[in-house]
Design a binder for this molecule. Structure first.
Ligand SMILES: Nc1ncnc2c1ncn2[C@@H]1O[C@H](COP(=O)(O)OP(=O)(O)OP(=O)(O)O)[C@@H](O)[C@H]1O
Length: 263
């Protein structure tokens, strides 16, 4: 693993420790036409932590990510980011600019552009596609992309159209597109879905190396993957926190076994 090239520790984090929350969800309520998707949901993620959020279908995991990224406005509650900013008052663009990156389950790369160009676009987010590709990269930016390609194990694919990559490679590329933007908090929705076993193992290694430098929230159904990455697991059920703790602890929780893991 190419240490150090990814992103530096977020500067303000040097003065903090893991007990300081990077995200503090406080009594979040979301209803859709009377249906309660999130009910008084409260929990915290510490600075530099890698948190896994698990739970059965319909538990509210996607809705939770939608609230954090400003896509869904809760009826009540607060989502305090970095101990000062209430995300429920910001637009999705403001939230992205504040350093929160999100990866959706399905990779959304620009298929017609090369792997390198996809990373180039991600690095220069505030211009149109064509203006961005016409503008020359600085040597520092080029080095960053090269380093990222190496981390993603995509150096040999740099000139290939992204549409020609395997599903797993597209997932890696999209993770790289987030990382070149140096996010503070990364939200990842089933990042290992559809990956081969080797790709899944490498994703786990990559995420472990990111924790500490970034804070990560990973929504995942694959318990084997959760086991290899999680410090701490939050189990959602019917829009509320059902259990929280190490994977061992939540796996031994009777209610979690009942509603999610099965006997
Ligand atoms: N826009 C919407 N309108 C109505 N109901 C919605 C909307 N979005 C989500 N829901 C409902 O809210 C509940 C929570 O959905 P959500 O997608 O957050 O669950 P999830 O935990 O992500 O599930 P999965 O694991 O299947 O992705 C579900 O019952 C869903 O049908």
């Amino acid at each position: 693993m190419n240490e150090g090239l990814l992103t530096q520790t977020y500067p303000a984090d040097a003065r903090r420790d893991r007990r300081d929350p990077v995200l503090s969800l406080e009594n979040i309520n979301v209803s859709f036409d009377g249906f309660r998707a999130l009910t008084s949901l409260s929990f915290q993620i510490g600075v530099g932590e890698l948190r896994c959020v698990i739970g059965p279908n319909g538990a509210g995991k996607t809705t939770l990510m939608d609230v954090i990224t400003g896509k869904t406005r809760p009826q009540s509650g607060r989502a305090i980011y970095d101990q000062q900013t209430d995300l429920t008052r910001l637009s999705p663009t403001q939230i992205a600019r504040a350093g929160i990156g999100r990866k959706f389950q399905k990779p959304t790369v620009f298929e017609a552009l090369t792997v390198f160009e996809n990373l180039e676009l991600a690095l220069k987010t505030d211009k149109s596609v064509w203006a961005c590709l016409r503008n020359k990269l600085t040597s520092e930016q080029r080095d960053r992309i090269d380093a990222m390609l190496s981390t993603l194990r995509l150096s040999h694919e740099r000139h290939r159209a992204a549409g020609m990559l395997s599903h797993g490679q597209k997932q890696f590329l999209e993770i790289g597109m987030l990382l070149v933007q140096e996010p503070h908090l990364l939200l990842l929705d089933e990042p290992a879905a559809g990956m081969t076993d080797a790709e899944t193992a490498y994703t786990a290694e990559l995420f472990r190396s990111l924790a500490g430098k970034h804070s990560l929230m990973v929504v995942e159904h694959d318990m084997g993957f959760v086991e290899t990455i999680a410090d701490h697991v939050t189990v959602l059920h019917q829009g509320q926190v059902l259990a929280e703790g190490s994977l061992r602890e939540v796996q031994a929780n009777e209610q979690v076994i009942e509603v999610y893991l099965g006997r």
